[in-house]
Design a protein around this ligand. Structure first.
Ligand code: MG
Length: 475
């Protein structure tokens, strides 16, 4: 049994690397059908990822290692190359900025990710000829790849009128793309820094596979902008959130977690794809990295900003599970809770909670508070139903999360039924627990950490550790 579970786990681990190459393999060529962006089977295609920062200021992040890390560790299915036009960008040195974009586009194609080629400009109508030449070249070079998405004007100002300035600009650029690439998705920026999607919906651009950009910054833009987006969708246009931040509209200021969750709910409900702003190591709220972070990925939690941690946690929820779910027999559940000496005032986290049996049992038997975490939305649903059936909703919460993104510092008890390698991977998080916290694991040890107790029962093993963890080879 244990061997079988471990073996399946290894197979799944092996397939995990492939899973993250699946964004383009899953959806293929994106197209617009009514008010949705869909994949090759006509199914809603929801791709999530990160936007790089202005290319002329943070071009050092426009490299394949960075893009690969965003795929493998952040679970990004899309990356956005925000090619600066003014402010020392493309207008100053077209070849230099274009090379940065090409590095990102090629990396995304090699890695099976979508990539947005973004003309990052507020006054694109003043640079029409340059935009036409640029997009014609991009379409000619990359138009045969389903990976590529064109974003022809990032954020028109509020003073540029949709029908008389912005729409005619898009209508002048789109034919240059379509002459070389008949089908790839084109996302058109909208009035007022890509907020007035309702105006675009009232006067849409003719043609296939055209969507509109919706941008929001959660501390500034709230329900009224969601209402506007909803109105546009109801008018029948497709939207893509090519840029959003958890900060104020400036990119800096307050990080609004509550409003960000409302927006994430809204995007999920309306099947909207998104890129978060931004991959940059800056002392500003929306930057995902702290100053000095490597430009090539490999970022540990201590170089990721609060915004970056929030967004990474959200992105990683949608990755493939590491293991198949195997329920722990109730007799073993009881032994785990007994060994952990669970008390009424404890807070218990079950990492990989499956149907919620451990958190429900802990609440019923000991009256403690408990949170069950699982990456599989089907399990999350089952666990919530289990909580409701057993009337322990006042004590127990179930969350859809990747357990490797959790802050465990509030927990008194942790319960596990993962794999030895995954237990080891959790050590840095377990080391954040307060002294005297208890960790119990069904069947699997934690290499390098000495258990306080090991109990064998009915062919199962239960391990107990208490914090601070006792490492082998240390005194
Ligand atoms: Mg094409």
């Amino acid at each position: 049994m244990r061997f079988v579970v471990a073996l399946l786990g290894c197979l799944l681990m092996a397939s995990w690397a492939c899973a993250q190459e699946r964004a383009v393999a899953t959806y293929g060529s994106l197209r617009v059908e009514r008010n949705r962006i869909v994949g090759m089977e006509g199914e809603p295609a929801i791709v999530r990822g990160m936007s790089l920062y202005w290319s002329q200021w943070k071009g050092q992040f426009y490299n394949p290692d960075c893009v690969k890390w965003l795929r493998d560790d952040w679970n990004c299915g899309v990356v956005r190359a925000s090619m600066a036009v003014g402010a020392g960008g493309y207008l100053n040195d077209p070849e230099r900025e274009k090379e940065k974009v090409k590095a990102v586009v090629q990396a995304a194609i090699d890695l099976g990710m979508y990539v947005i080629i973004d003309w990052h400009d507020h006054n694109a109508h003043q640079h029409l000829e340059q935009a036409q030449a640029f997009f014609e070249e991009m379409a000619q070079t990359y138009g045969q790849h389903p990976n590529v998405i064109y974003e022809t004007w990032n954020e028109p100002l509020n003073t540029h009128d949709w029908s008389t300035v912005i729409k005619p600009y898009h209508e002048a650029v789109i034919p240059k793309i379509r002459a070389r690439d008949s089908d790839n998705l084109i996302v058109c920026g909208t009035q007022t820094w890509s907020q007035d999607v309702d105006k675009a919906a009232q006067d849409p651009i003719a043609g296939d596979n055209i969507a509109y950009a919706l941008h929001f910054y959660a501390s500034t833009h709230k329900q009224p902008l969601r209402d506007k987006a909803k109105a546009a969708l109801e008018k029948g246009v497709a939207l893509m959130v090519t840029e959003w931040g958890a900060s104020e509209a400036s990119g800096n200021g307050t990080l609004d977690r509550e409003e960000t969750q409302k927006w994430i709910h809204f995007m999920n409900e309306n099947e909207l794809s998104w890129c978060n702003w931004s991959v940059a190591d800056l002392a500003e709220t929306s930057a995902a990295l702290k100053p000095g972070a490597s430009t090539k990925g490999g970022w540990s939690a201590d170089v990721i900003s609060p915004s970056g941690l929030l967004v990474r946690q959200e992105l990683r929820k949608y990755r493939e599970p590491d293991i198949l779910y195997v329920p722990t027999p109730m007799v073993v559940v009881d032994k785990m809770l007994e060994l952990a000496q669970v008390k009424e005032d404890d807070l218990l986290y079950d990492l990989g909670c499956g149907d919620g049996r451990i958190v429900v049992e802990a609440a019923k038997r000991y009256g403690c508070r408990a949170v069950g975490y699982d990456i599989n939305p089907v399990r999350v649903q089952e666990a919530r139903e289990n909580v409701a059936e057993n009337n322990v909703g006042h004590l127990v919460r179930i969350e859809h999360q990747d357990v490797f993104t959790l802050d465990l510092s509030d927990a008194d008890v942790i319960t596990l039924y993962l794999l030895p390698s995954l237990n080891v991977k959790l050590i840095p998080q377990l080391e954040q627990l307060k002294p005297g916290a208890r960790i119990v694991s069904h069947d699997f040890d934690m290499r390098g950490v000495i258990p306080d107790e090991v109990v064998n029962m009915n062919g199962h093993t239960v391990y107990l550790w208490t914090t601070p963890l006792k490492k082998e080879g240390s005194n």
